[in-house]
Design a protein around this ligand. Structure first.
Ligand code: RM4
Length: 260
């Protein structure tokens, strides 16, 4: 068990990649605190997913709590960590995963779309990382922070001019936090998912031509699944990666390197 008796915090943990990270962590022996944002959790016209993820983790014999809040607000991260410590006594791992990607053209993008995306994806990652790192430092036993950046930190998207800079920022945040937090034994790394089939891009990939184009560009021949990313997050969070910090791991089926 790679995360035996560890306490793992996952932001955006009710759906998609975050849900997979929460489940994978529980399967590896962790207790899990899940952050979810009510507006986003219900944004896809489906019933809230948070009750089911808590039940699935408890069915694995691990403990779970769910804490609602928008990570864009600094107090959300502070409360999330406080509620986690109240429930489980400590924080060992943060998966800073929460993110949105409302695809939109650049020239007519309203400020609200840009500002909300930056606030959730980048400001949110900063605030939650800061809250978790302060708790880890106070505990005095190190810790691991894994942020969900993206292939989009490295390449662009015509409908993602608001989004890709936030993913580049998350990648850079982990690099700088690796330096700032290394003295406390806190490792900071990022995963860079490629095109993973989740709610985040369900609308975008409902276009069959777009989906076929993406699948054709991926050397492994398929879109990623959330657990493909979760397994890499578990690795970076575990002691197997004890000497890895400031790194980033592409989880993209070869998409990034595939020019021709
Ligand atoms: C990722 C990448 C994928 C897109 C998601 C929403 O960073 O750009 O292609 O589907 O974001």
């Amino acid at each position: 068990m790679l995360l035996e008796n560890k306490v793992v915090v996952v932001t955006g943990g009710s759906r998609g990649i975050g849900r997979a990270i929460a489940l994978a962590s529980a399967r590896e022996g962790a207790d899990v605190a899940i952050n979810y944002w009510r507006d986003n959790d219900n944004a896809y016209g489906k019933a809230s997913a948070v009750e089911s993820i808590v039940g699935e983790i408890e069915a694995l014999g691990r403990r779970a709590i769910a804490v609602e809040g928008n990570v864009a607000e600094r107090d959300t991260g502070i409360e999330l960590i406080a509620r986690t410590v109240e429930a489980f006594g400590r924080v060992d791992v943060l998966s800073s995963n929460a993110g949105i990607c409302p695809f939109h053209a650049f020239l007519d993008m309203p400020p609200s779309v840009y500002e909300t995306t930056v606030a959730v994806n980048l400001n949110g990652a900063f605030y939650v990382t800061q809250a978790a790192a302060n708790q880890m430092k106070a505990q005095g036993t190190g810790g691991a922070i894994v942020a969900t950046s993206s292939i989009s930190a490295l390449v662009g998207g015509g409908m993602q001019t608001h989004y890709t800079p936030t993913k580049a920022g998350v990648h850079s945040l982990m690099q700088s936090c690796a330096i700032a937090l290394g003295p406390y034994g806190i490792r900071c790394n990022s995963v860079m998912p490629g095109t993973i089939a989740t709610d985040l891009n369900a609308d975008d990939l409902s276009d069959e031509d777009k989906r076929a184009y993406m699948e054709k560009r991926i050397p492994l021949g398929r879109l990623g699944a959330p657990d493909d990313v979760a397994q890499c997050v578990v690795f970076l969070a575990s002691d197997r990666a004890r000497y890895v910090t400031g790194a980033s791991l592409l989880v993209d089926g070869g998409l990034f390197v595939n020019l021709q």
